[in-house]
Design a protein around this ligand. Structure first.
Ligand code: FAD
Length: 326
């Protein structure tokens, strides 16, 4: 890819929303680049998907890789990198990545979904996949018969305990409050040690991890474990977008019904946007809407057409309906 190349559409995120958007834009002949930290997004964490219409797939991975193959078969290019900056100058967006790559495009679709909330301790990144996991469902089987820390709360904490306690030899449950529904579940298991009112302030070591806990009274504990699970929910990470989009109180990007933001040429889709019910089929559908809107916009900028309509168009009058027996 030459640095002078101007794409029609750069899609940020290769989750199901971004990949679905690429299927639409590529099939309509637009030069499309996807820039993403990974391919698959949250579906990589999901087990069997039983509610995606028309498909029964063994896992979220299976579903998203079918869609990836579909997108690339129509010509989508995928670059693995993290977008850290977005600037619009005239009609052209410049997308900059953590890896120092720069891409130019006439339109952008932000489909960066959600990411697991971090613990916020120094050096956390170093332990991801090396003893630290954000997904009990995905990774608990690696810790069969081992000693682990689980940091969580509420319903999420209760569910995580029900999965982890029967598998691990010992679970240290670290939860921020002393009154929490998950504590009732924790007490049912003889191998769960509860640390209510504590938080993790440090992780060190390798192989065996040293985990430092502290509470509001300044009491500190040190645990030696094989693994740490942080099940704290998900958050959007959109600092690079903030100057161009409105964000609601839940951290979602506010879009119009064509998935447009307040900046011309910038669209958003998937779990990132203020559409209720975060589900794969909904993310895919909004990806398609964003792509069709971006295609129309790019064609307009290029002076190619006023844009096509893939909807019902104007209502046909009753008189006309009779004439044509519609
Ligand atoms: C455990 C689990 C189970 C689930 N089970 C189901 C289910 O059974 N059925 C169902 O319908 N839904 C399910 N879901 C929900 C479904 O996975 C999501 O609704 C869907 O994946 C959202 O897709 P998305 O593309 O909007 O976002 P995501 O899947 O979050 O993808 C976002 C993509 O953007 C990338 N990205 C983020 N920031 C940047 C950046 N700055 N630069 C470059 N790339 C970036 C990420 O790496 C990722 O690839 C489940 C979710 C989870 C976590």
């Amino acid at each position: 890819m030459s640095s002078d190349e101007v794409f029609d559409i750069v899609i940020i995120g290769a989750g199901i929303a971004g990949l679905s958007a690429a299927i639409y834009s590529c099939r309509l002949g637009l030069k499309t680049l996807i820039v993403s930290v990974d391919v698959g997004g949250q579906l990589l964490y999901a087990g069997p998907i039983e509610n995606y219409p028309g498909l029964e797939v063994g896992s979220g991975y299976d579903l998203v890789f079918r869609i990836r193959n579909q997108a690339t078969s129509f010509g989508a290019n995928i670059v693995i990198d993290e977008v850290v900056e977005l600037v619009k100058d005239g009609d052209v967006f410049t997308v900059r990545t953590k890896g120092g790559q720069v891409f130019k495009s006439l339109s952008v679709i932000a489909a960066c979904g959600k990411a697991p909330k971090r613990l916020g301790v120094d050096g956390e990144e170093r332990f991801v996949g090396r003893g630290l996991s954000y997904c009990v469902i995905c990774d608990s089987h690696f810790f069969r018969g081992k000693k682990v820390v689980l940091v969580s709360f509420g319903v999420r904490g209760a569910e995580s305990l029900q999965i982890l306690a029967p598998i691990a030899a010992e679970v240290h449950y670290v939860t921020p409050t002393e009154i929490d529904e998950s504590l009732d579940v924790a007490r049912k298991y003889g191998n769960v040690h509860i640390h209510p009112g504590y938080r993790v302030v440090g992780i060190s070591g390798g192989g065996v991890l040293k985990v430092i806990l502290t509470n509001a009274g300044g009491i500190t504990k040190e645990l030696e474990v094989n693994g740490v699970f942080a099940e704290l929910g998900f958050e959007t990470r959109i600092d690079f977008l903030r100057k161009y989009v409105d964000v609601n109180e839940s951290g979602e990007v506010v879009v119009g019904r064509h998935c447009e933001t307040r900046v011309e040429g910038l669209y958003a889709a998937g779990d990132l946007i203020d559409v209720p019910y975060k589900q794969a089929v909904i993310a895919a559908a909004t990806g398609a809407i964003a792509a069709l809107s971006a295609v129309n916009y790019v064609n307009k900028v290029r002076g190619l057409s006023k844009g096509f309509r893939a909807d019902w168009g104007k209502k046909v009058s009753t008189a006309r309906r009779k004439t044509f027996r519609l």
